[in-house]
Unconditional design. Structure first.
Lengths: 301, 437
């Protein structure tokens, strides 16, 4: 039995359908991506998983059991809108939050110290939150969501507002947690993070799950429609080749749109006959492109 | 239950450590210390009041009776051990107008505070008497003058009546009427075997003190609860908290935490006042005003505490509900206005009724939940309500605490999830339905 099972869950807010029949399962040690434009129903789905609001239909199971208050202690939550007590010492508030999740004071304190060491900021233990920079506040926020060793962690926009160094730090931490068997539900707008971290994803569009499954398989389902070509000199006549939909010239070469892979060979021939090729690649569609295709380009509704 | 104590403990610890809390408590302690030493401080300034006030009069050939009375007055005052007034004689300047001019000059020169002016005698042989002074309501002086003139007049009339001096003294001694408040039936008030007027005064003061404490205790702590919750919401830490602990546990934990803080504060205030009052130098100062604090009924403190607890719970749950629907601290003041007005109304009913604590208004409002903590305390303290009425009032209060707690819990569960502009009742109801709360 998977730690988290969401089974045909519906949620209606008055006239508006917020979530329309979403189903997915998160395995142990898996990061599951929940993608969608703003207002697509991600937060509502997460709130239902957290037990804040109840689904109208369908069910959510935690290790095979329905929601009870006891489940709260095995859930961790990093909300999209970050926030802790600005004027309370880090040690006090994190131990408090861990205690609320059912951890003993002593364990919480020990865990906090470990985490601060892990992030190389042990001196923050006695500081107030408002004294820290925004990036460091984010680290503390992250610790707050995992300090009580939850089995299921919900990360809403986990890496937003962080500099690249800290993104890497948090990413490696998330991977460590995953390898330790924690199941994670992960939402983000940054597709490269999804490609790196998630095995399975669901793309939500206007409350409906439009695309679901293994990232690699989803990618295979979409035709390869792009060729990257880097050459020493210019290549002419590329747009005359049958099956080429467009040619874009870049600094080091070309990005060529094609209708199907058979056109690629013709492009390669054409280029070889004119100059030396440095790079030739038939590109897989990026998740970004798949996402935009899936939601029809209207990201901001 | 464990989490309830965690929330309560965290709330208490943070509140008590807060600078603003310490400062307000300290200010209140100072004000209360000053207040309880006030009688003593006033008595320090009042020392020169023991000195007699100088009142002038002029010998006036045009009103012989007047001059006679004035001279008698002077003699009477001079014969007293600690006279409140010293009569100062001025020579006849020739006419009444000239005399008055002289006397006015004496006032300007601060030789006298005021002067007596006599008119022609009427049929009974008494001249009309006027006391003129720059101060209109120098109550002590005019009262003393009136009494003494009465004595002088009686003396003059009885002089030839053949009564002995003793009889005359007996005649002029004023009648004293001891006013006692008693209870004909057994009631909740501590009236018992009767209260003298002095005691009533002490009771009034004590009840006023308790009511003030009650009102401020409830208001301040209620505001604290609302602003704590709004602060948690606006800093978004609420999102984490409500996913860790049930909103109900959190709300009641918070209310309880603040309750302990507020109660500690109140107890500290009472103790400060008590210590100040029992300082030795205050003893005589209080006695001077006939304030005997040992006459205060300790039962009243118990009632005060009970009403405080219940009033607190009732108002606190409402404050919590309001705090939960407001997203920004700036909007909080406006949002809590209705509750503030409600408690203000209850408090003002008591201040207006303190000298008449048995009007219909008081009786009726002592059963209305939001007013009853204040008004019933007033009745118990100053009137003598039947015991069953107090029980009924308590009962109604308990039921409304339960109802308010239930409603607030519902609002709270919904409110903490709603961000943005303050929702209207309709939106709130819709959200409750949507969240299935």
């Amino acid at each position: 039995m998977n730690p988290l099972v969401v089974d045909r869950v519906h949620k209606q807010y008055g006239e508006k359908k917020a979530v329309n029949g979403i189903s997915f399962e998160v395995e142990e040690g898996e990061i599951y991506g929940l993608l969608g434009a703003n207002g697509a129903g991600k937060t509502t789905t997460m709130r239902m998983v957290l037990g804040l609001i109840y689904p109208d239909e369908g069910k959510i199971l935690y290790n095979g059991k329905p929601y009870t208050e006891e489940q709260l202690s095995m859930l961790g939550y990093l909300p999209e809108e970050r926030g802790l007590y600005p004027r309370v010492k880090i040690s006090e508030q994190l131990v408090y939050l861990a205690q609320l999740r059912g951890m003993s004071k002593h364990d919480a304190d020990a865990n906090l110290k470990q985490w601060l060491e892990r992030f190389e900021v042990p001196e923050y233990y006695n500081k107030k939150l408002e004294e820290l920079s925004k990036g460091n506040q984010q680290k503390i926020q992250f610790i707050a969501s995992v300090i009580h060793k939850p089995r299921i962690v919900i990360l809403d926009e986990a890496f937003s507002g962080l500099d690249p160094v800290n993104v890497e730090l948090l990413k490696s931490t998330v991977k460590e947690l995953r390898n330790a068997g924690t199941s994670m539900l992960f939402s983000t707008h940054r597709m490269e993070h999804v490609e790196e971290l998630c095995r399975n994803i669901t793309i939500l569009h206007r409350s409906n799950p439009v695309l679901q499954g293994n990232v690699r398989e989803i990618k295979k389902r979409f035709p390869r429609e792009k060729v990257v070509l880097n050459t020493d000199n210019e290549v002419s006549g590329l747009d005359a080749i049958a099956g080429v939909t467009g040619v874009q010239r870049h600094e080091s070469g070309y990005v060529i749109g094609i209708t199907d892979e058979s056109a690629a060979a013709a492009i390669l021939h054409q280029a070889m006959s004119q100059t030396t090729i440095q790079k030739f690649e038939i590109m897989e569609p990026t998740l970004n492109e798949i996402f935009i295709k899936a939601v029809g380009g209207d990201l901001h509704e | 239950m464990n989490k309830f104590w965690t929330v309560a403990g965290f709330t208490m610890k943070n509140k008590m450590k807060g600078k603003s809390f310490l400062i307000t408590t300290l200010i209140f302690v100072l004000v209360l210390s000053l207040g309880s030493n006030l009688p003593y401080i006033i008595s320090l300034f009042d020392k020169d009041n023991g000195k007699a006030t100088n009142v002038g009069y002029a010998i006036d050939a045009r009103t012989v009776e007047g001059t006679k009375i004035a001279e008698q007055l002077r003699a009477t005052y001079a014969g007293l051990e600690k006279p409140a007034i010293k009569m100062v004689e001025f020579p006849d300047a020739g006419s009444t107008e000239a005399n008055e001019k002289e006397l006015k000059k004496a006032i300007a020169e601060k030789k006298i505070k005021g002067y007596l002016l006599f008119g022609p005698a009427d049929a009974t042989g008494m001249p009309s008497i006027a006391y003129k002074s720059e101060k209109l309501n120098d109550h002590n002086t005019t009262q003393s003058l009136q009494q003494t003139i009465q004595i002088v007049k009686t003396d003059m009339i009885l002089k030839d009546s053949g009564l002995t001096a003793e009889q005359r003294t007996m005649l002029v001694t004023p009648v004293t009427l001891d006013v006692m408040q008693i209870a004909a039936t057994d009631g909740a008030g501590g009236v018992g075997n009767g209260k003298t007027e002095d005691q009533r005064g002490v009771d009034m003061g004590f009840v006023t003190f308790l009511l003030l404490l009650l009102f401020f205790g409830i208001m301040v702590s209620g505001q604290m609860i609302a602003s704590e919750i709004t602060a948690e919401k606006s800093s978004r830490v609420m999102e984490i908290i409500i996913t860790s602990v049930s909103p109900l546990t959190q709300m009641f934990g918070k209310i309880f935490g603040i309750f302990v803080v507020s109660l500690t504060q109140m107890v500290a205030y009472v103790v400060v006042v008590f210590i100040n009052i029992s300082l030795p130098h205050n003893d005589s100062a209080f006695q001077q005003y006939n304030i005997d604090l040992t006459k205060v009924d300790p039962l009243l403190l118990v009632y005060g505490l009970l009403f405080y607890v219940m009033g607190f719970l009732l108002y606190a749950s409402l404050f919590a509900a309001v705090g939960s629907i407001v997203s920004r601290t700036e909007d909080l003041g406006q949002a809590v206005m209705p509750i503030t007005l409600l408690s203000l109304a209850g408090f003002y009913i008591t201040t207006f009724s303190i000298s008449a604590p048995d009007t219909m208004l008081v009786k009726v409002t002592s059963f209305i939940p939001f007013f009853s903590p204040f008004v019933m305390l007033l009745r118990v303290g100053l009137a003598n309500p039947p015991f069953w009425q107090v029980i009924v009032s308590f009962g109604i209060l308990l039921v409304s605490i339960y109802a308010a707690g239930w409603l607030s819990a519902k609002i709270y569960r919904t409110g903490v999830l709603l961000y943005g502009k303050r929702p209207s009742w309709k939106e709130l109801r819709k959200a409750m339905k949507a969240y299935k709360i």
